[in-house]
Design a protein around this ligand. Structure first.
Ligand code: NDP
Length: 281
């Protein structure tokens, strides 16, 4: 039976450390600040934004949520970003995605100062990650690596397969695994013989957005299985991995809920703390 990589527990441990670090910063007169911009009324986004605000509160980070109407114009959203870029009380800016369809997501993300881009989605941070330079690393992929290492999963030389090639999860997760000296395969909706690829994986990351897509026959015995998916089925949240049967053959597995999602928020706090420290310098 797989060892459970317990995101809740890991996040609680990190929270203690982060609370201590925020206190130390406050004693030096530095109050880390995070602004979250939410445009529209998407119910899932409302929950994510609330959880981010709560995490800030728990560790002592100053947080602001800027709620904008669904019909806000591109110029209005950009004006808010400009104001936050110039605000010394704000070290990190996060625009909750997805944005309403009429807004240009790329242009909005590009407007955030790269140093305040705590999501790591700005093209400059993506470029740094790709070219091996120090920049802000996206929270979910950063959390995935944290969980694997904390759980004692050896990465160097291992076969890693990432299902999904989004800019926010799949691609950056693949680069981080490559940086850990894994041999990495990225799979997507056009991949042929997906099962064959998956069965070779010592580390299997599922970031697809399809409930229970990864079944037990796709998993190599003893593999570390990381489930990024958040899907709502009959009012319940389930991952991209068919958890119960896969748990029986995997070596490690992340649950949903209580897995990667928890670490995503922890890493957002981490990126905000790092931004506050580097901006204070
Ligand atoms: P996207 O929809 O942007 O990407 C999904 C990826 O899955 C695409 O690359 C797509 O391929 C691939 N895919 C879809 N169908 C198949 C298939 N049948 N076989 C193989 N690959 C397939 O999603 P995200 O990356 O943004 O998110 C993925 C999941 O992770 C979602 O459930 C999301 O809610 C969750 N998530 C969780 C977070 C957390 O904190 N735990 C954070 C962010 C996301 P193609 O490119 O060819 O279309």
């Amino acid at each position: 039976m797989a060892k459970i990589l317990d995101g809740r527990l890991m996040a609680e441990e990190l929270l203690l450390d982060q609370t201590r670090r925020v206190q130390e910063l406050r004693q030096k007169g530095i109050v880390p600040g995070l602004a979250v911009v939410l445009v529209g009324e998407d119910p899932a986004s409302q929950i994510y934004v609330r959880n981010k605000g709560l995490a800030c509160e728990r560790i002592g980070i100053h947080s602001e949520t800027i709620r904008m109407e669904e019909r806000s114009s591109q110029d209005e959203v950009l004006a808010v970003i400009d104001r936050l870029n110039a605000d010394p009380a704000i070290n990190g800016i996060l625009v909750q995605l997805p944005l309403p369809r009429h807004l240009d997501e790329r242009a909005v993300l590009a407007r955030i100062m790269p140093e305040k881009d705590v999501d790591g989605f700005h093209i400059s941070n993506a470029g740094k990650l790709f070219s091996g330079q120090q920049g802000v690393v996206p929270c979910t992929p950063k959390g995935i690596i944290y969980m694997l290492k904390k759980g004692g999963v050896e990465l160097a030389g291992k076969e890693a397969v990432v299902i999904g090639r989004s800019n926010i999860v799949g691609k950056p997760a693949a680069i981080l695994l490559l940086n850990e000296n894994c041999t990495v395969t990225i799979c997507h909706s056009k991949t042929k013989d997906l099962t064959e690829h998956c069965r070779r994986a010592d580390v299997l990351v599922a970031a697809i957005g399809k409930p229970r897509f990864v079944t037990a026959d796709m998993v190599k015995p003893g593999a570390a299985v990381v489930d990024v998916g958040i899907n709502r089925v009959d009012g319940k949240v389930v991952g991209d991995v068919d958890y119960e049967p896969v748990k029986e053959i995997a070596g490690w597995i992340t649950p949903v809920p209580g897995g990667v999602g928890k670490l995503t928020i922890s890493m957002l706090m981490e990126n905000t703390l790092e931004a506050a420290c580097s901006q204070a310098r």
